[in-house]
Design a protein. Structure first.
Length: 68
């Protein structure tokens, strides 16, 4: 029996890649990007976005961890 890529990921990582982590609704694949330059540009954009979020931090919190 052949399994889809989503079923394999769900079995191995115990997470359903087609369920939205924010709201729990079903997601659908709408496109496959195969051009290396386009994939690279998207990943660079997402990395920049993650770095920007890390710099700011959550409101009302300092960047110092409590030590006991």
């Amino acid at each position: 029996m052949r399994r889809s890529w989503a079923q394999l990921i769900k079995r191995i990582y115990e997470v359903d890649p087609l369920v939205c982590p924010s709201c729990g609704s079903e997601m659908k694949v709408i496109a496959f990007i195969t051009e290396h330059a386009v994939v690279d540009r998207i990943l660079r954009h997402l990395k920049r976005r993650v770095e920007d979020e890390r710099e700011r931090g959550p409101p009302g919190r300092s960047g110092i961890a409590a030590v006991s």
